[in-house]
Design a protein around this ligand. Structure first.
Ligand SMILES: [Zn+2]
Length: 623
């Protein structure tokens, strides 16, 4: 071929490419509109925050752990939500005289000389009289001797809290990440995330120390009584995890074991059980199985929708229901083609027909969703047109639009009503998400990772991810996902190892598998289900959410009379498979109502189904 011919061909190729590019740049974004579908019609109004009053958690009987709140402005909400998640019954009071009528008293957020002299005197008497006194940030007030230290030192930042060998054994802390808790990441910030006090002169009483050897948690026995001093603000620390503000305290982002909050909660539960003879605590897994497992799938790619049906068929064959988070993508953009259209909608409906839950995975799936404006609450399909330009740019999207329009489409096109679970694309998490989910009628969120939440238990979300106002939305953080390397199919042993660590204290494992392919991911799911089915409870975010919310609303009180122990449960919402742990030596005798269905085990009872007020009678062993 001559040079002239080559040039002509090259020019022709260039011209075609140029024309194609020009066409692509100038034509309007492709949009798919379902004929006759428009909505939602009702505007969303996001109400302003209402601070949760501590009195909401007051009252109840003497068997509860008493929190003596010494500063109403403290982040006590984190501590309250933490104790609820681990199942310890508690009451909050600002009255020291009331607090000391309980056998286990936790003083929060501090004990200092600012407390009245008679309050300090009454607290000092708790361990002397055989009770358990847990002081958070014990700064003085003359109680140093009670706790067994010389002085409390607000010192240089601490990044680790290490349990000593004996304490780790006693509290069942066998994993290195249980024995050493993370308080911050020195490599990322010279500041620790949580302030800490070291207790000096308490070497012989230390259960846990900071990395510099200063005592972080101390225990002193006074006759039968116990005095514990804790050097970090437990409520503040827990809220760092729950509000997703932990600034890299977590030692991994996902696929890892990060139980820092759980260890502190297990410690409190253990001290409560040891100090309160009538301690009855709530189980953390439906039907008292070893762990809760939720299989979840994000449909955010065109091929994923038909593939989902294959995953659902396998799950159905195993008697397992999974949650599918559907991106209701009706515009073609930087990310992908239109996903939800007339000829693909039947896949979405099929998932429901197979018993699966479908939640929302937004409309636009933008990585910068967390920076979207709140919106008006009047965003409607098909006029709402969020457009992703590139990885870091999107136009026309709002937080309310993403949340309410996707819900509307899944309910209208998919035939699901109501959609109650939500997960954002790339776990991009706007501060307003909790209150927006509440205002738009969702109930459950799976928007963060367990490792960045510092917990493997579900928890309640707070307004604007701040410290003072709770919302009724519960979070089920992602534990194991498929984007890290090596490919998921090669990580089954590690995933099962992680699940077993979490099962030792009844945690939750949420697995995220994108159904963009079958192959190795599908094999992972098969192996995971086969290995865990004998011990785990499996269900959807919606099912676990309903169980968790009902359990969270429960209260437990114990009245004693001679050798009789009457355990009164109030269950405002119907719940199935709620376990209760009772002290050793208790024998179940009877229930009221008498026809209550339950199973009796050595460590407690399992209530098959109940609602309202239920009383269980036990006889305690002769001493
Ligand atoms: Zn996604």
């Amino acid at each position: 071929m001559g040079l002239r011919a080559k040039l002509i061909i090259a020019f022709g190729v260039l011209a075609i490419a140029g024309a194609a590019l020009a066409y692509r740049m100038t034509r309007p974004p492709e949009i798919y509109v379902f004929a006759g579908v428009a909505g939602p019609d009702t505007p969303t109004i996001v109400p302003p925050p209402v601070d949760t009053p501590w009195r909401k958690y007051s009252g109840g009987g003497k068997s509860r752990l008493a929190i003596l709140l010494t500063d109403e402005h403290a982040p006590w909400l984190g501590l309250a939500h933490g104790l609820k998640s681990i199942g310890v019954p508690f009451t909050i009071t600002t009255d020291y005289a009331e607090a000391v009528t309980h056998r286990v008293v936790l003083v929060y957020p501090r004990i200092s000389g600012l407390l009245p002299g008679e309050a300090l005197k009454a607290l000092a008497a708790v361990p002397r009289d055989g009770g358990t006194l847990i002081g958070v940030n014990v700064l003085g007030g003359g109680l140093e001797e009670v706790f067994g230290f010389a002085s409390a030192q607000p010192s240089r930042p601490h990044f680790e809290l290490r349990f000593d060998v004996k304490a780790a054994q006693r509290f069942g802390l066998v994993d290195p990440h249980e024995q050493v808790l993370s308080l911050g990441n020195r490599a990322k910030s010279a500041q620790a995330v949580v302030g800490s006090y070291g207790y000096l002169g308490a070497e012989q009483y230390a259960l846990a120390r900071y990395e510099d050897g200063q005592a972080a948690i101390t225990e002193r026995s006074i006759g039968a009584g116990k005095a514990y001093a804790v050097g970090i603000d437990l409520g503040f620390y827990m809220l760092q995890g729950y509000n997703n503000r932990e600034e890299s305290v977590g030692r991994s982002y996902d696929n890892g074991f990060e139980p820092s909050i759980d260890v502190l909660l297990r410690l409190l539960r253990s001290l409560y059980r040891a100090g309160e003879g009538d301690a009855v605590t709530l189980g953390t897994v439906p039907f008292d199985r070893a762990l809760s497992v939720v299989l979840s799938h994000d449909i955010d790619y065109t091929r994923s929708l038909p593939n989902s049906v294959a995953y659902a068929e396998f799950e159905k064959s195993q008697g397992v229901r999974a949650t599918y988070f559907m991106q209701t993508k009706y515009l073609r953009d930087f990310n992908d083609d239109v996903i939800l259209r007339g000829d693909t909608a039947h896949y979405l409906r099929q998932l429901g027909e197979m018993g699966m839950e479908v939640g929302s995975h937004t409309v636009a799936h933008s990585r910068v969703f967390k920076y979207f404006p709140l919106g008006t609450g009047e965003e409607r399909y098909p006029d709402y047109r969020p457009f992703v330009r590139d990885r870091d740019t999107a136009v026309g999207g709002t937080v309310l639009g993403e949340v309410r329009v996707s819900k509307f489409l899944i309910e209208t096109i998919g035939g699901y009503a109501p959609v109650i679970s939500f997960r954002p694309g790339e776990l991009s998490n706007p501060f307003a998400l909790p209150q927006v989910l509440e205002a738009t009628g969702y109930r459950y969120s799976s928007s963060v990772t367990a490792n960045s939440s510092l917990t493997h238990l579900p928890f309640q979300l707070d307004y604007n991810r701040e410290n003072t106002a709770e919302t009724p939305i519960y979070e089920f953080p992602v534990t194991i996902e498929d984007e890290e390397l090596p490919p998921m199919g090669e990580r089954l042993p590690q995933a099962l190892d992680l699940a077993h660590k979490i099962s030792r204290y009844g945690g939750t494992v949420v697995v995220l598998i994108h159904p963009d392919i079958l192959g190795q991911k599908f094999h992972f799911e098969q192996g995971f289900v086969a290995a865990l089915k004998p011990e785990a409870w499996f269900g959807t975010i919606g099912e676990l959410g309903a169980w968790w919310a009902a359990r969270d609303a429960a209260t437990v009180d114990v009245a004693n009379s001679g050798r009789d122990r009457a355990v009164t449960l109030t269950l405002p919402q119907r719940i199935s498979g709620l376990g209760l742990s009772v002290p050793s030596g208790w024998t179940y005798r009877a229930s009221d109502p008498a026809d209550l269905k339950l199973a009796v085990a050595e460590s407690g009872v399992l209530i098959a189904e109940a609602q309202g007020t239920v009383t269980l009678h036990f006889t305690i062993a002769q001493r």
